[in-house]
Design a binder for this molecule. Structure first.
Ligand SMILES: Nc1ncnc2c1ncn2[C@@H]1O[C@H](COP(=O)(O)OP(=O)(O)OP(=O)(O)O)[C@@H](O)[C@H]1O
Length: 757
């Protein structure tokens, strides 16, 4: 450790540390009570000091007062303050980076000091831990030997993974592996299903997990562990109805205080929740378990079994983790494979659009042959597979050699017939005017050449899984082939610098990878399985996914996107969305350590918002997202809905957003009260939008800064805000410069200083 770091461990330097980092501490300390309680219990603060702090109006002033008092008390108090922030990690997650930066190590005399965790969420988590610790001490056995200690009895359980068709896929060596990101039957499911005969040890296995967690030895990032015996659900009458909140609190463990705050935390951080649900076979439901109503609101009152199934389906507390056990042979009425594919059909990717285009072109050719029978997409492709593959081969060879214009000889050599040409994917590129009059051809659009290349790579069984990765990781050619007829291309491109040339080639390769992701996504497996061997596709999909995982690891281990997300990152995000692997998305989300992601001037469109959301909804903490100066419009705002619960700062300046987008935004701001800054400068907002914001400000106390510069807002709109501001003291600034409000009109509003004209 260097000298600076070492001196940070000397008591005298702690005061200096607090002064130097005062602004950061004032901004990031959200919980005042925990620090105050600890300073009081340690004797550094008196009750008078505590009162002085509590008398301050805002959170910021309270922290300032604490820091001032500490300065007067001396360096030991400052040292203790840092120790509290260090120990109460869950209460001050935002400050843990700071703790790392100052290279803090608790001194010997403090390490054994207990810290009071007065934060309601942490206290509840502690309560759950204590409850589980108590309940898992002895084994619960058939023989009711209450006095048998779990630790004395438990022997490691032998488990193995089984695939969708019941084949063994190898042993599970560590309990933590049950929570790995790799699903077996369905990678999108959040439920791990453990099955085995009576008495093999399913219950004791869960008990072991519960005990490990209660001792802090199960490192899977879970704050709340709810255990249920499924037979508990049999105690309810048919007409009984409870809420999710009741299920968690009344039927599991009731918080000592602040139940609202805890429940809202659980809703916002479902990935911090783990359920163990033991013995699904023991449920005697008086209803058809495969026909359970779908609920999406955590406030709906429902029969407990309905709640349970909606939890397992991911309709409630999506992204929470579930371990479900049942005896061998139990039918699970979960239909998780159908459920997810249904969800996946809800979005349309670019690959879908290209596939549809292919289908339309191919169908047109059938019609001319009086073959008017309606074919399915797979039948259509199957009927024209040979033509598609010939075109695909030509496209691939062209991309490999950086060739986008094809001579008649090349067309003939590729076996492309007149009939193939008539399908319409290739058009005449005119005549070369320097070396003769031969016809030349090109794909209808350069993107179509990338699509055909990807199609060929996926469908051709002779191209092995690793071959597709080799295709786009090899060195990209700088010029066209030496074939004489390619001189048309070379001549045309000779004016370009070699760098531009390379860049262009890269885009084609990038686009090919993008379409590979789309074609190898799960929803396309069905269509493709009619064209090629399913095992080959599965292998290619697995290899592509692990390639993307590698990219995520490489990109995100660097600091490259700390402030500005580079276009390459945007491509990666797009590819992850196109392949629609939640496993890769989850991994990417886990690796986002920054507090702020900027996509400013990145050509982000509404469709990219779906891709960004696909990843950001999995981040563990709240972050800032800046999308200024793009073109996301109202549709993009709608696409961002699933990640609003994670956004603290939202920059949507200059994005063609209208009142319609603001209506969507306002609903989210009412639901998730965490956004502090919202920028909507230079959009297309009218008074209607301001009215929505007025409604938001009546219930939302998190928003501090709202930028509405350069819109079409008039005095009428501002009046809505004035009303709301009367009851909202949290907002600090609403900037309305360059709107349609005259100077005379602003004079009338001079009383409200938080609105800036
Ligand atoms: N790994 C183990 N270590 C020690 N004892 C075990 C283990 N597995 C099972 N047993 C013994 O077998 C008994 C039954 O185990 P357990 O209740 O976990 O089975 P189960 O699979 O949940 O059965 P059921 O399907 O009937 O609920 C335990 O009470 C314990 O005595």
């Amino acid at each position: 450790m260097d000298e600076t770091a070492a001196c940070k461990h000397q008591v005298a330097s702690y005061l200096k540390l607090l002064t130097e980092h005062r602004v950061q501490l004032v901004n990031e300390i959200k919980n005042i009570e925990c620090i105050l309680d600890n300073l009081l219990q340690s004797g550094y603060f008196t009750t008078e000091d505590k009162e002085l702090v509590q008398r301050k109006q805002t959170r910021y002033d309270k922290v300032r007062e604490i820091l001032d008092i500490i300065c007067n008390k001396g360096p030991e108090a400052a040292e203790y303050f840092v120790y509290v922030v260090y120990k109460a990690k869950d209460v001050y997650p935002e400050l843990q980076d700071w703790i790392n930066i100052i290279e803090y190590q608790p001194p010997e005399h403090l390490v054994r000091k207990t810290i009071l965790l007065t934060d309601a969420v942490c206290q509840y988590s502690e309560k759950l831990r204590h409850q589980l610790k108590r309940e898992t001490k002895f084994i619960t056995s058939y023989a009711q030997k209450e006095d048998t200690l779990l630790d004395d009895t438990y022997t490691e359980t032998l488990m193995e993974r089984v695939n969708a068709v019941g084949e063994t896929e190898g042993p599970i060596s560590h309990l933590e592996d049950l929570f790995s990101d790799t699903g077996i039957i369905n990678e999108d499911a959040e439920t791990v299903f453990i099955t085995g005969d009576a008495g093999v040890g399913k219950t004791i296995l869960l008990q072991r997990l519960q005990k490990l967690w209660s001792n802090g030895e199960l490192c899977i990032g879970v704050k709340f562990f709810f255990k249920f015996r499924c037979r508990m659900f049999n105690i309810f009458e048919k007409e009984d109805k409870i809420s999710l909140r009741d299920l968690l609190f009344k039927y599991n463990c009731y918080p000592d205080k602040d139940t609202d705050e805890i429940f809202s935390y659980i809703q916002q951080h479902p990935d911090s929740v783990l359920f163990t649900l033991d013995g699904f076979d023991e449920i005697n439901a008086d209803c058809d378990l495969s026909d359970i109503p779908v609920i999406s609101s955590p406030f709906d009152l429902m029969h407990p079994v309905t709640l349970l199934l909606n939890l397992l389906h991911g309709n409630l507390l999506k992204n929470s983790r579930k371990l479900l056990t049942a005896r061998t042979g139990t039918n699970l009425p979960l239909r998780m494979s159908e459920c997810n594919s249904q969800q996946m059909l809800d979005y349309v990717t670019l690959t879908d659009i290209y596939l549809l285009m292919l289908e339309v072109f191919l169908n047109r050719s059938f019609k001319t042959r009086l073959n008017k029978r309606n074919k399915s997409q797979s039948e259509t492709f199957k009927a024209k597979k040979d033509s598609l593959m010939r075109l695909g081969k030509l496209a691939k060879e062209g991309i490999e050699s950086n060739n986008f214009i094809f001579s008649q000889e090349q067309i003939t050599a590729a076996g492309i017939s007149e009939e193939d040409l008539q399908l319409g994917f290739i058009k005449s590129a005119g005549h070369y005017d320097g070396c003769g009059n031969q016809s030349t051809y090109e794909f209808l659009h350069l993107t179509l050449q990338s699509f055909f290349t990807a199609f060929f790579l996926v469908v051709n069984e002779r191209i092995r899984a690793k071959g597709i990765i080799k295709f786009f990781t090899r060195k990209i050619p700088r010029g066209g082939q030496s074939h004489p007829l390619n001189c048309s291309v070379s001549c045309k491109n000779s004016k370009r610098s070699s760098k531009e040339h390379l860049l262009e080639a890269r885009e084609h390769f990038q686009l090919t990878v993008f379409f590979l992701c789309g074609l190898l996504s799960k929803t396309k497996l069905d269509v493709l399985s009619h064209l090629t061997c399913q095992i080959s596709i599965q292998k290619k999909r697995a290899v592509l996914k692990s390639y993307l995982v590698g990219c995520v690891k490489t990109y995100m281990s660097n600091d490259f996107y700390q402030m500005q997300a580079v276009p390459r990152f945007k491509w990666l995000v797009r590819c992850i969305f196109e392949v629609h692997s939640k496993e890769v998305a989850r991994l990417a989300a886990k690796r986002i350590h920054q507090d702020y992601i900027k996509f400013t001037y990145c050509n982000v469109y509404s469709v990219d918002c779906s891709a960004i959301t696909f990843i950001l909804r999995g981040v563990q903490k709240t972050i800032g997202l800046e999308l200024d100066n793009n073109n996301i419009n109202d549709y993009g705002v709608r696409e961002l809905i699933p990640c609003f619960s994670k956004l603290r700062i939202i920059g949507l300046n200059a994005n063609q957003i209208t009142d319609e987008g603001v209506q969507v935004l306002s609903e989210e701001l009412k639901k998730y009260k965490i956004v502090q800054y919202l920028g909507l400068t230079a959009n297309k907002l009218d008074d209607e939008a301001v009215k929505w914001f007025g409604d938001v400000l009546k219930v939302n106390r998190s928003l501090q800064t709202l930028w509405l510069i350069e819109n079409n807002i008039t005095l009428t709109g501002v009046k809505h805000l004035i009303d709301a501001l009367k009851i909202n003291s949290a907002i600090r600034e609403i900037c309305l410069k360059s709107n349609k409000i005259s100077i005379e009109e602003t004079r009338a509003l001079i009383g409200e200083q938080r609105i800036v004209f």
